[in-house]
Design a protein around this ligand. Structure first.
Ligand code: NDP
Length: 341
């Protein structure tokens, strides 16, 4: 039996594939092109337990049919990680909404069509944005809580790519729960959705740390590249989780019966960009004096998050890495590949 992982060449998904192989699973990774398939297979050393398949466009309903036609009844777990990350554009319906929503519905339809009796669990990588309400951003009494849903609608996008991302993740996750509700009698699988906050951490393969990093680590990279005296860009006050914990959570989500039917926020703690530059300045002497120190050098804002976020720790038994380790490991890898360490 095998685990199907979509977006298998992504930052988070490579760790998931790595952990699955380590635990003895057969893995079928899905990527968007043959070049990406070849590169992924090569990075994993041609591991015979990893098959990589190409699905060119997950936005097309029926796109996963060929994969399920080939591997169908051999697949018992599906981890759907592929989805567009925030990026600027001029047609968010096309670049974000349709791939996120159709990708989710498409894979569930393929399970129903080809492996309804054999797929036992589907885990979807949603996002904490699917519980967030931007209107409450400054309300200090507002807490992260899996019972909440982001209230934004397509009409709210208005050319804002952050909103486009939030709406795409929210609609996609809702579509998954709706699908299960409407098809309960026809499919066997349990559903778990995971809602990570910003994901930091080193790339699984050092070569991937060359050049621009993935979307979330881009924040850390921007601060490593900042100049002394410069204001912090981005100036974040958000929540984070380490990539290695997010990957672990994807495995535990289907291994632990208690995770079935749950939305689980994955978060370690709240952080600010000031915290990140403090860590960079304190831990990397070669950066001291060469990057921004922020407006309040040495003042730490990182704190544990209040709210219902402990559900994932309770259900999955996960213990999160802290900000210092995650930022240290991310930056150390970047500096190493840039020959600055
Ligand atoms: P990456 O950009 O590294 O990986 C994204 C993956 O999705 C890649 O395999 C990418 O393929 C694929 N993908 C993106 N757009 C499409 C599309 N239109 N059609 C098909 N495949 C697509 O990002 P992450 O690893 O960080 O993200 C993985 C998942 O985690 C996503 O669902 C994201 O929303 C979610 N997430 C990420 C967070 C973070 O902070 N990083 C936080 C919360 C949730 P390709 O390489 O070909 O572009």
């Amino acid at each position: 039996m095998a685990v199907l992982v979509t977006g298998a060449n992504g930052f988070i998904a490579k760790y998931i594939v790595h952990d699955l192989l380590n635990e003895g699973y057969d893995v079928i990774g899905v990527v968007r092109s043959q070049a990406k398939a070849d590169s992924l297979a090569k990075q994993f050393g041609g591991n015979p337990h990893l098959a990589v398949e190409v699905v060119h466009d997950i936005a097309v309903l029926g796109a996963f049919d060929s994969v399920f036609h080939k591997h169908g009844k051999n697949i018992d777990i599906v981890l759907h990680c592929a989805s567009p990350l925030p990026s600027e554009g001029d047609d968010y319906e096309k670049t974000h909404m349709i791939p996120a929503v159709n990708g989710t519905i498409g894979i569930l339809e393929a399970v129903k069509k080809y492996a309804a009796q054999t797929v036992k669990h589907v885990v979807i990588t949603s996002s904490v944005v699917a519980v967030m309400d931007p209107a409450k951003r400054t309300d200090s009494t507002w807490i992260l809580d899996e019972k909440n849903w982001c209230p934004l609608r397509k009409e709210d996008i208005n050319g804002d790519f952050h909103v486009a991302y939030m709406v795409s993740k929210t609609y996609a996750e809702r579509a998954a729960w709706e699908f299960l509700k409407n098809n309960r009698g026809e499919v066997k699988f349990e559903l778990t959705t995971l809602l990570p906050t910003y994901v930091f951490g080193p790339q699984l393969f050092e070569e991937d740390a060359l050049g621009s990093l993935n979307y979330s680590n881009g924040q850390v990279q921007a601060l490593i590249c900042s100049s002394p005296g410069e204001e912090l860009k981005p100036d974040m006050n958000a929540h984070f989780v380490d990539v290695r914990d997010v990957a672990k959570a994807h495995l535990l989500a289907f291994q632990k019966e208690e995770a079935a039917g749950k939305r689980l926020i994955l978060t370690s703690c709240r952080y600010t960009s000031q915290d990140v530059v403090n860590i960079l300045n304190e831990k990397f002497p070669q950066l001291k004096g060469k990057i921004s120190e922020g407006p309040n050098p040495g003042k730490y804002d990182a704190s544990s998050v209040v709210g219902e976020h402990h559900k994932a720790e309770e259900v999955l038994g996960i213990k999160y890495a802290g900000l210092e380790k995650s930022i240290y490991d991310t930056a150390a890898q970047v500096l190493k590949v840039e020959l600055r360490l």
